[in-house]
Design a protein around this ligand. Structure first.
Ligand code: GDP
Ligand code: IMO
Ligand code: MG
Length: 461
C-alpha cells in the first residue's frame, strides 16, 4: 500500500511519498501515473465551535480557506452569523459558506442545512453589492430542507411562551422538526413548481390551524407560493446533487473545509438540552450533513474563544457580569445575527475538554485573546462543584448544569495590547502561558491564536 499522505501539487500530480520519492500507482502500476487513480487524503478539515457558538469560526474559516478548494456548510441555517473582516469591510455570512469571499473557492450548502430560500437570495444580493462574485462558485444541495414562513412564526410563538429557548427566531427548530417528522419540503420540491405548490398548500392549511390555535395570524398560500417560487427560480442554477460533486472533487484531490455552525454545547444531542439548536453541530454532523463518510475526514480543528460567551437562554456556568461589562464597553460581544448582547464568562475547561472528546479535536484555534488585554487576574474554570461533589464533565441535565458552581484557578493577565503580534514569540509571556494552558486543559494541540478580527491578525504556530 502507498503511504496515506502524499505531497500534493495539482489535481493530476505525480504521486510521491512523504520523502518526495515517486512510487508506482497501485491501480495502473505506472511509475508516474497522471490519471485520477489516487485519492489525496491530505486535509479534509472539519471546523467546529467548542463552546456555545460565535467562537470566531468565520474568521478562522477565512484564514484556513486559503489552503482549501471547497468550503461546505453541513448543518444549521440562517441562525448562524459568521463574521469575516477583510480590507476594512465587514461581511456577515448566514447561509453561504465563508469561503465565498476568496477567489477560486467553491462553496457548498450541504444536505444537512435548512434553507430559507428568500433569505438566501437576499444574502446573495447583499454580498454581490459588496463586490463578491457568486455564480459557479456556489452549489446548493437538492436534499436540503426548506425553512418556510410558518416555521418562523411557530418559532416566534413558542418563544412567547413558558420554556422559551431564546432562539434566533429564524424558524430553525420547526424546520428541523418537520424534517424529522418526514413532512418537510426540500430544495428538490422547490425546483418542481407544481409539486411544490401542491405540497405547500397542504402544509399551509395544516399550519394555519396551529397558528390560529396559538392566537397568531394565518398566512396566505398565494403570497408564500409566489415569493418562494420566485426565489427558487433565482436559485435553480445552483441546485444539484452536492454529494456527487463532493465525492468527484475528492477523487480529483480537492481539499474540503467543513464549516461548522453554532457550537458544541448547542448540539441537539450533546449540548445543554433543551437550550440548544436543532442540528448536530458536532463533528459527526459534517458527515451526515454532506454525505462525506467519516474515513475521508483528516482532521478536526476546534475554535474556542479565550473566554466564554453565550447568546440565548440556558446555563453558562462561568457567567460573570463584570467581565461582560468590560467586553461590552469595548463594543464587543453583540450577536452577529440578532444584535443581542452576548452573555460572557470565564474560560470553561470542563466544557471545552468535553468538546474535545465529542469532536475528536486535533488542533485548537484560540480567538479573541485580545479581549482579555486589560483583565487581571484572569480566571479559568477547571472543575464544577455540584451538591458537594466535584464534576469533571458537564452534567446532561439542564437544571443540574445551572446549579454547578465553577471551581476556578487564577492566572496573571498581561495588561497590554497584543493585536499587533504576528508571531507567538511577540505575545507577552503571560498571554503565551495562558493560551498554552487553556489548550492543554482542552486536550489538543494549539495551532492558531487570533488577536484581532481581521485576516492578518492571526498567529499560526
Ligand atoms: P462565529 O459565529 O463563530 O463565526 O463568530 P461571530 O462572527 O458570530 O462572532 C465572533 C466575533 O468576534 C466577530 O465579531 C469577529 O469579527 C470577532 N473576532 C474573531 N476573532 C477575533 C479576535 O481574535 N479578536 C477580536 N477582537 N475579534 C475577533
Ligand atoms: P454561529 O454559527 C450563537 C442559539 C440561539 C439559541 C439557540 C437556539 O454564529 O455560531 P435557534 O435559532 O438555532 O433555534 O436557537 O441557539 N444559536 C446561536 N448562538 N451562535 C450561533 O450561530 C447560534 N445559532 C443559534 O441564540 O440560544
Ligand atoms: Mg456567530
Amino acid at each position: 500500500m502507498p503511504p496515506t499522505y502524499y505531497l500534493w501539487a495539482s489535481p493530476d500530480c505525480v504521486p510521491k511519498d512523504a520523502s518526495g520519492k515517486f512510487f508506482a500507482c497501485p491501480q495502473c502500476f505506472a511509475q508516474r501515473c497522471r490519471r485520477a487513480h489516487f485519492r489525496f487524503d491530505m486535509a479534509n478539515t472539519i471546523l467546529i465551535g467548542m463552546q456555545w457558538g460565535d467562537e470566531g469560526k468565520g474568521k478562522i474559516i477565512d484564514v484556513l480557506t486559503a489552503k482549501a478548494d471547497i468550503v461546505v456548510r453541513s448543518q444549521g441555517g440562517n441562525n448562524a452569523g459568521h463574521t469575516v473582516i477583510h480590507r476594512g469591510l465587514k461581511y456577515v455570512l448566514h447561509l453561504i459558506p465563508s469561503g465565498i469571499l476568496r477567489h477560486r473557492k467553491v462553496c457548498v450548502i450541504g444536505n444537512g442545512v435548512v434553507i430559507d430560500p428568500v433569505a438566501l437570495v437576499t444574502e446573495m444580493d447583499g454580498l454581490r453589492q459588496l463586490g463578491v462574485k457568486i455564480d459557479r462558485n456556489l452549489l446548493i444541495s437538492d436534499c436540503a430542507h426548506l425553512v418556510l414562513p410558518y416555521h418562523r412564526i411557530l418559532d416566534e410563538q413558542r418563544e412567547l411562551r413558558r420554556g422559551r429557548i431564546g432562539t434566533t427566531k429564524r424558524g430553525i427548530g420547526p424546520a428541523y422538526g418537520d424534517k424529522a417528522a418526514r413532512t418537510g419540503l426540500r430544495m428538490s420540491d422547490l425546483m418542481q413548481p407544481i409539486v411544490f405548490s401542491k405540497k405547500l398548500q397542504a402544509k399551509i392549511i395544516e399550519n394555519n390551524r396551529i397558528l390560529q390555535a396559538l392566537g397568531a395570524k394565518p398566512i396566505s398560500f398565494r403570497d408564500v407560493n409566489e415569493a418562494y417560487l420566485a426565489a427558487g427560480e433565482k436559485l435553480r442554477s445552483y441546485v444539484t446533487n452536492t454529494v456527487v460533486y463532493l465525492h468527484r472533487a475528492m477523487d480529483r484531490g480537492k481539499q474540503i473545509l467543513f464549516e461548522g455552525a453554532q457550537g458544541t454545547f448547542l448540539d441537539i444531542d450533546h449540548g445543554t438540552y433543551p437550550y440548544v439548536t436543532s442540528s448536530n453541530t458536532t463533528a459527526g454532523g459534517a458527515c451526515t450533513g454532506t454525505g462525506v463518510p467519516p474515513h475521508r475526514m483528516d482532521r478536526v480543528v476546534g475554535v474556542m474563544k479565550a473566554y466564554s460567551t453565550r447568546v440565548g437562554d440556558g446555563a453558562l456556568p462561568t457567567e460573570d457580569a463584570q467581565l461582560a461589562q468590560v467586553l461590552h464597553n469595548l463594543g464587543r460581544e453583540f450577536g452577529a445575527t440578532t444584535g443581542r448582547k452576548r452573555r460572557c464568562g470565564w474560560f470553561d475547561a470542563v466544557a471545552t475538554r468535553y468538546a474535545g472528546m465529542i469532536n475528536g479535536i486535533d488542533e485548537i484555534a484560540i480567538t479573541n485573546l485580545d479581549g482579555l488585554d486589560q483583565v487581571d487576574p484572569i480566571r479559568i474554570c477547571v472543575g464544577y462543584q455540584l451538591y458537594g461533589k466535584r464534576l469533571d464533565v458537564p452534567p446532561c441535565d439542564a437544571t443540574q448544569l445551572a446549579n454547578c458552581e465553577p471551581v476556578y484557578e487564577e492566572v496573571a493577565g498581561w495588561n497590554t495590547s497584543i493585536h499587533t503580534a504576528r508571531k507567538f514569540s511577540q505575545l507577552p509571556s503571560a498571554a503565551r502561558k495562558y493560551v498554552r494552558y487553556i489548550s492543554e486543559l482542552a486536550g489538543a494541540k494549539l495551532s492558531m491564536v487570533s488577536v484581532g478580527p481581521a485576516r492578518g491578525e492571526t498567529i499560526i504556530l
